[in-house]
Design a protein around this ligand. Structure first.
Ligand SMILES: *Cc1c(COP(=O)(O)O)cnc(C)c1O
Length: 463
């Protein structure tokens, strides 16, 4: 998969411009199950259904753009992670990928724990009844108020991200007469994104305390001395959209090395190790993610192997998948508006949303696929760029995609794998109204996050 910059293509009508696509697909009507939610099908009449409901009905009832989330798929993926890791490990869903009260209830019912990284996410989790001991609180700059709320609520762990925070959390816990369970987040010098990882990546980033130079060991030393803290383990998160397990392997070995150092110096074997999230999903047919049971097996073997070598008891493992659970379960449903063919380049297809509901393409060059879903088409493939309606030329949803040449205003198209980091990163740019999240299950659809209204916008603007 090319991740090169995106130069303008050659301007000949007979040559396709450069881009991130491969050859035009042979069948534009087929829906690759890798990138679409489990219950998505193309019906006999050519329209697409999800959870047994026609997307035209969803568009009619809930409007567009809308995020359509397959609840059965979400639960199945959550359960697959839970089952894969069994009872000797914990799965924390990373709430920042997408959080709502319905999601919190599903996670609770499926036996998962939850990561939050702000007061707002914590409030959502608590208001939907997630038991506080199953919540982990993250963040590189938690405010004193947020820490106090988390400790008061009784969260299962606070993940400490700096030397200052060690003291801050200890102080707050002590003043509340509590002893807070904590993990220390370390940066292990591994950075992984997609198919590659760098094992000597510099620690030049805002998260965590570097292993390098003994800083992480010093952090654990200090935390162990503070009465307000109970140090339960070490945490490492190495990147996002990772397919290659070797980054986790290096990270786990380095973290276990730290656990050994702690054991040798303090006689303490920390009982837990958290390997973070970042497991990749298929955004296009080029991506081949692994199944949770393969990931669980690999991670468990890596950690137990490293611990055996260091003569340590294998700690309890936790992982924090966000994208890998919610990402594939939703698609964004758009209505096609203006279509603008540019000779020798591509056709610009404008939709009724854009960077306000999916910032990932503009933010980090993310790749997506797209399909015509309101009907079938036998027309030729047409090279397209799906763009939004915002006042910004970088307002691109899908950089390069093939749609049928008979595409017309009013058609519905859908961008799959938008469950993670789309609604949660949505904005009101151009005073766009953030789209609803509609959950479908067994022929029924219900709004779990409603569409914003102009009253919502005006209510915040107090004049
Ligand atoms: C973002 C993040 C995750 C989740 O990442 P995904 O790519 O969604 O799996 C997990 N843990 C931490 C600490 C994170 O910052």
């Amino acid at each position: 998969m090319s991740r090169s910059a995106h130069p303008a293509g050659p301007r000949h009508a007979d040559v396709l411009p450069e881009g991130h696509y491969s050859a035009p697909p042979t069948d534009l009507n087929s829906l690759d199950p890798k990138v679409w939610a489990h219950t998505v099908r193309r019906d006999a009449d050519g329209a697409v259904t999800v959870g047994g409901i026609d997307v035209k009905r969803l568009a009619g009832e809930f409007g567009t753009p809308a995020y359509i989330l397959d609840e059965a798929d979400f639960r199945a993926r959550a359960r697959a992670w839970r089952t894969a890791f069994g009872h000797d490990a914990d799965v924390f869903y990373a709430g920042k990928a997408f959080l709502s009260r319905a999601v919190v209830r599903w996670l609770h019912e499926e036996g998962l724990n939850l990561d939050v990284c702000s007061g707002g996410e914590l409030a959502t989790a608590l208001s939907a009844g997630m038991p506080p001991e199953r919540i982990a609180f993250h963040g590189n700059n938690k405010s004193a108020g947020e820490i106090e709320r988390a400790v008061r609520a009784g969260v299962g762990r606070v993940v400490l991200d700096s030397f200052q925070e060690i003291v801050r959390v200890a102080h707050i816990a002590q003043s509340l007469g509590k002893r807070q369970k904590v993990q220390i987040r370390v940066t292990v010098g591994v950075e992984a994104h997609t198919h590659e990882f760098i094992a000597t990546a510099h620690e030049d980033q805002k998260f965590g305390i570097p292993l390098a130079g003994g800083q992480a060991a010093e952090a654990v030393r200090r935390a162990l001395q503070l009465d307000g803290l109970e140090v339960i383990g070490v945490h490492s998160h190495i990147g996002s959209q990772i397919f290659d397990m070797s980054g986790f392997e290096v990270a786990a070995r380095r973290v276990v090395g730290l656990l050994k150092e702690i054991r040798d110096e303090h006689g303490v074997e920390l009982p837990e190790i958290d390997l973070g999230g970042g497991l990749g999903i298929a955004y296009t047919s080029d991506d081949d993610p692994r199944e949770p049971h393969e990931i669980a097996k690999a991670l468990t073997e890596i950690v137990s192997g490293a611990c055996d070598a260091a003569r340590l008891r294998t700690p309890r493992i936790s992982v924090e998948p966000g994208r890998a659970i919610v990402g594939p379960t939703a698609f964004t449903l758009y209505e096609v508006g203006t279509i603008k063919p540019l000779d020798g380049l591509r056709t610009y297809v404008s939709v009724d949303g854009g960077m306000s509901d999916n910032i990932r393409t503009a933010l980090y060059d993310a790749e997506y696929s797209v399909a015509l879903v309101s009907r079938e088409s036998a027309a030729e493939p047409m090279l397209c760029r799906v763009v939004g309606k915002h006042c910004e030329s970088g307002d691109i949803v899908v950089k390069d995609a093939f749609l049928p040449a008979d595409l017309a205003p009013g058609d519905l198209i859908a961008v799959p794998a938008t469950g993670a980091y789309c609604r949660s990163m949505a904005s009101n740019y151009n005073h766009a109204l953030r789209p609803p999240v509609v959950a479908v299950l067994d022929g029924e659809a219900r709004v779990i996050v409603r569409r914003e209204t102009e009253e919502d916008l005006l209510r915040l603007d107090v004049g």
